[in-house]
Design a protein around this ligand. Structure first.
Ligand code: ADP
Length: 164
């Protein structure tokens, strides 16, 4: 079947901060679509460390050399943001079976309320246990997370925690 439709995907998340696991999903995901927007949203259930502006700035620095990848922040419902940007796919990363359970529910909800499909990418096994929440926690207690996040993010994290 011929396909000549432009397919835009969004990769929504809190990215507080972006990790090597997220970047792995971005690098794999961009090959599947015509373009990809990394969409920094706010999670009402999570405590924020970096502001959305700081997160966007950090991510932009990391993806400037990847063609077809953009970075934006958004407020409100992910499906409404996707529609406003003409995206037909939501990209999400999977680490383990716990993610599958939650993501399955989210994807079905998004499809039923907005008809949008979700595409999942399994992360590389080395990042299967990497989460922004754990990184924030471990780093705030003085643990070394330098192999789980890019160097530029690690530097920012150290500065941020020093002033907290
Ligand atoms: P959210 O608060 O929306 O879950 P996150 O920033 O925590 O936002 O995660 C965004 C997406 O990236 C989610 O699909 C999540 O499962 C995925 N993700 C998070 N960490 C990793 C990782 N280490 N490897 C692959 N995917 C990941």
């Amino acid at each position: 079947m011929a396909r000549n439709k432009f397919i835009r995907a969004i990769f929504p998340g809190s990215f507080d901060p972006i990790t090597n696991g997220h970047l792995d999903v971005v690098q794999r995901g961009v090959r599947l679509f015509d373009d990809l927007i990394i969409a920094v949203g706010r999670s009402p259930l999570k405590d924020e460390l970096f502001t959305p502006e700081e997160r966007v700035e950090m991510i932009k620095e990391l993806v400037t050399s990847i063609p077809g990848v953009m970075v934006e922040s958004y407020n409100g419902l992910t499906v409404e943001y996707a529609a406003s940007r003409g995206a037909s796919v939501i990209l999400r990363g999977l680490r383990n079976l716990t993610d599958v359970q939650y993501e399955f529910q989210l994807a079905l909800t998004n499809r039923s309320v907005a008809g949008i499909e979700t595409v999942f990418i399994m992360t590389s096994e080395e990042y299967g246990f990497t989460s922004s929440t754990l990184i924030r926690e471990v780093a705030s207690l003085g643990g070394d997370v330098s192999n789980l996040i890019p160097v530029s993010v690690y530097e920012r994290l150290k500065k941020k925690l020093a002033v907290k």
